[in-house]
Design a protein around this ligand. Structure first.
Ligand code: NAD
Length: 412
């Protein structure tokens, strides 16, 4: 039987713990969420009175307040939310920001509900979780199928419930409600910073590359656009409807214009159509996976031709596929590093809310670059020390920092 998402990340944490010779008591502590909250949200939607299961897993606050997004998805369950929460704890430790790890989820198919319904569900979640979140306690943010508007509703409901203004309780807010400039492009920009640092350190310079991007959403399209403008050759892109490619390369902005106009991705452009499965195995130097989890698996990893995989999505590669990539010498820049730009600028948003003083885009970008480049360098040093993959190196670095905070607090 296949492992669940939480079992997969537990395996990765355990492997790092063993390499670090951590005690069995410390390992047990690292493998267990600190707090699990489960609330049934009763909401009068346009379809009648309904109950939506919801979760908030507060995985670790050893390094700072719990931090992590809230997902609205029909498949959201305790196992998935626990896996994502553990990932947040490791991620914040890898980029060394003073926050812990958490994640939330509501089991709902948001595509089947109107905006009024989604507002009611968002407000119900904020009301139920209000006693457990807070600027110094647990700071949610958007994730799959939640956005700045969702955060605005949740902020409003939370502040009404507690009776005070507290913008730092939630990040990923609209700018007018205290959001940070640069948060919208942060995940992609952070991924590009670590990729460029990797190329500089390993190849000595950043030469133009052939790039394929799966997932033309916030993370994927922004990454394609930044890489194209930096002189790389975008040879393939896709969304849930399928993909397009051209050996000569193209401007991803033209494809995005079609998508926004509700047309087929390649309409009016001299591009070839491909399925999503075909897109993942196109010849290229860099494959950016920015859609869903479990995209690179045992059954397709063998055919991947990219030399470097940049994981902007959470959990796009299964452990079996990881083993195949390692044996083929394909480098995976893992999610806990590659997409950590998002939580890093969320951290900046929280800092700005606390200071009540807001930064310009340039300041955000410079600070983001400093953190991402330093994280990549630390991961490369760890990789060299333990002679292992970048993913293992990330987990060793993250687990080392987490266990040191847990031990200094005397929790183990
Ligand atoms: P999004 O909803 O904006 O975009 C997702 C894109 O993927 C859409 O264009 C969708 O059409 C496409 N897609 C869906 N199924 C697909 C498939 N089978 N093949 C190809 N494309 C498909 O979401 P996003 O915010 O860009 O997030 C994407 C991933 O990045 C998620 O795993 C998310 O957890 C992760 N992530 C995002 C952020 C962020 O700040 N946005 C931060 C960290 C991690």
């Amino acid at each position: 039987m296949k492992n669940t998402p939480f079992e997969n990340i537990q395996k990765r944490i355990k492997k790092a713990s063993n390499i670090l010779n951590l005690s069995s008591e410390m390992q047990d502590f690292l493998l267990t969420p600190q707090v699990i909250l489960q609330k049934d949200l009763e909401v009068e939607t346009s379809k009648g009175l309904e109950v939506f299961p919801s979760y908030r897993v507060q995985y670790s606050n050893a390094r700072g307040p719990y931090k992590g997004g809230i997902r609205f998805h029909q498949d959201a369950d305790l196992d998935e939310v626990s896996a994502l929460a553990a990932g947040m704890a490791v991620k914040c430790a890898v980029v060394n920001i003073p926050l812990g790890g958490a994640k939330g989820g509501v089991t709902i198919n948001p595509k089947k509900y109107n905006q009024d319904d989604l507002e009611k569900v968002s407000r119900a979640f904020a009301r139920e979780m209000a006693p457990y979140i807070g600027v110094d306690q647990d700071i949610p943010a958007p994730d799959v199928y939640t956005n700045a508007q969702t955060m605005a509703w949740m902020l409003d409901e939370y502040e009404k419930t507690v009776g005070r203004s507290e913008p730092g309780v939630i990040t990923g807010k609209p700018i007018v409600l205290g959001g940070s400039i640069g948060r919208d492009i942060a995940t992609a920009q952070g991924g590009v910073f670590v990729l460029e640092e990797y190329l500089k350190k390993i190849e000595g310079s950043v030469q133009p590359k052939r790039v394929v991007v799966q997932g033309l959403g916030n993370a994927g399209y922004t990454a394609a656009d930044i890489l194209y403008k930096a002189g790389h050759n975008i040879v393939g892109v896709s969304d849930s409807s399928g993909g397009v490619w051209s050996e000569a390369g193209f401007d991803p902005g033209l494809v995005m214009k079609n998508k926004e106009a509700g047309k087929k991705l390649g309409e009016g452009l001299k591009l070839n159509s491909v399925t999503n499965e075909e897109l993942l195995v196109l010849p290229c130097d860099i494959l950016v996976v920015a859609a869903l989890d479990n995209q690179l698996r045992e059954d397709n990893a063998d055919r991947v031709k990219a030399k470097i995989i940049l994981e902007l999505a959470n959990g796009p590669t299964t452990p079996d596929a990881d083993t195949i990539f390692e044996s083929k010498g394909i480098v995976v820049i893992p999610d806990v590093l590659a997409n950590a730009g998002g939580v890093t600028v969320s951290y900046f948003e929280w800092v700005q809310n606390r200071q009540q003083y807001y930064w310009q885009l340039e300041e955000v970008q410079v600070k983001l670059q400093t953190i991402m480049v330093s994280a990549m360098d630390n991961v490369l040093q760890t990789q060299k020390k333990y002679i292992t993959s970048l993913r293992n190196a990330c987990y060793i670095l993250g687990v080392e920092r987490l266990s040191s905070a847990i031990s200094l607090r005397g929790r183990v």
